[in-house]
Design a protein around this ligand. Structure first.
Ligand code: NAI
Ligand code: MG
Length: 330
């Protein structure tokens, strides 16, 4: 049976790196059906809606979705798209690769970020000319589901090799009620599953991770902390052009590079397609094409090691040249 893959390029370099990732998927001998949907700033300017209902439904009904990035409308696009695929966890691996000049070449971590609540639950209010407030939402059920996913992830050997412990990152010393619940639930679940777990306060973690990333493997964190700390990890491994991610739901998933639309380089054809292509590799693995996913990863690693490289990695190659090299290595 052919898998139906929704493709939503979005704005800026989304329109450059997602076609590269689709080319890689098409180069594999699989019967994928690609269906494309529009979303983002340009669509809002035209239609008034950043995420047209048709695009939401396309993602909801597909077997998996590949998404690029949206500009100013990012929150209006990605938050509902995560909802369309019923996603409860955002998986963000950050790994340094041979050949890439990384601040911390020994980095090999995976962030498992809570994907539905925390401060991104959308409860913000302007109460007066002077006062705005935000309600932070933390439930035991979402915390438990995330922690259970983390335990399965470790049990399945999907974490970084040799770093099987789970680190629960939180700020429960200050946000005693919300992060207290998150911390307690995550540690309880790990204990019940017999998974080694430790914990770090998120501010201390932001110092300890760059000082010695080898202390960490699978990192479980609330929504905002996962957003910020995974970008920090991107800085350790050579930049945002390298980091893929998966928004995993119960029966659906959406894959996207961690980066945004990169307005500073958009339209020049020089964006690094690696993050998008590694997102496609995660999509392949999610759909059960494990060997294909590993082939794509290996091809990407060959090109990262031998070149050509885009400007963010110190080279001067175009997106197209890097994609052609990856296709060649495949
Ligand atoms: P960004 O990730 O777009 O860019 C940050 C820096 O990294 C820029 O210097 C950019 O050139 C570089 N960069 C990012 N991806 C790259 C790639 N593949 N190759 C080479 N260089 C790359 O983040 P920024 O500048 O904070 O946001 C720009 C726009 O993107 C904003 O409108 C923001 O709302 C949106 N955004 C959307 C996201 C999404 O749709 N999921 C996520 C993050 C930002
Ligand atoms: Mg982000």
């Amino acid at each position: 049976m052919s898998d139906r893959i929704a493709v939503i390029e979005g704005d800026g370099i989304g329109q450059e790196v997602i076609p590269a990732a689709v080319e890689v998927l098409q180069a594999l001998d699989r019967e994928f059906t690609f269906v494309s949907g529009a979303a983002g700033d340009a669509v809002r300017a035209e239609t008034g809606q950043a995420l047209p209902t048709e695009t939401y439904e396309l993602a909801a009904e597909a077997d998996a979705t590949l998404f690029g990035a949206a500009g100013e409308t990012a929150a209006d696009v990605i938050l509902p798209l995560r909802d369309a695929v019923d996603s409860f966890v955002n998986v963000r691996p950050a790994r340094a690769y041979p050949g890439v000049d990384a601040l911390r070449p020994e980095t090999d971590v995976v962030f498992l970020r809570e994907n539905t609540e925390g401060v991104y639950a959308g409860h913000e209010d302007r109460l007066s000319d002077d006062l705005s407030t935000l309600t932070r939402v933390v439930t035991s059920s979402a915390s438990r589901e995330l922690a259970e996913y983390a335990c399965e992830f470790v049990a399945d050997g999907r974490g970084p090799a040799g770093r099987e412990a789970v680190t629960v990152v939180h700020k429960a010393n200050v946000m005693r009620e919300t992060d207290g619940r998150f911390r307690e639930t995550a540690l309880e679940v790990a204990d019940a599953h017999g998974v080694d777990a430790d914990e770090e306060l998120m501010d201390a973690f932001a110092t300890k991770l760059p000082l010695d990333p080898t202390q960490y493997g699978v990192i479980v964190c609330p929504n905002l902390a996962g957003d910020v700390l995974s970008d920090l990890a991107a800085g350790l491994v050579g930049g945002l052009g390298l980091l893929p991610s998966a928004n995993v739901g119960h029966d659906n998933a959406l894959f996207e590079p961690v980066h945004g639309t990169a307005p500073d380089i958009a339209g020049e054809g020089v964006a690094n397609p690696t993050a998008a292509i590694l997102s496609a590799a995660m999509l392949l693995e999610y759909l059960g094409y494990t060997a294909d996913g590993q082939r794509v990863r290996a091809a990407v690693e060959t090109v990262l090691a031998d070149g050509p490289r885009t400007g963010d990695l110190g080279g001067d190659a175009t997106t197209e040249a890097v994609t052609t090299a990856i296709l060649g290595a495949l």
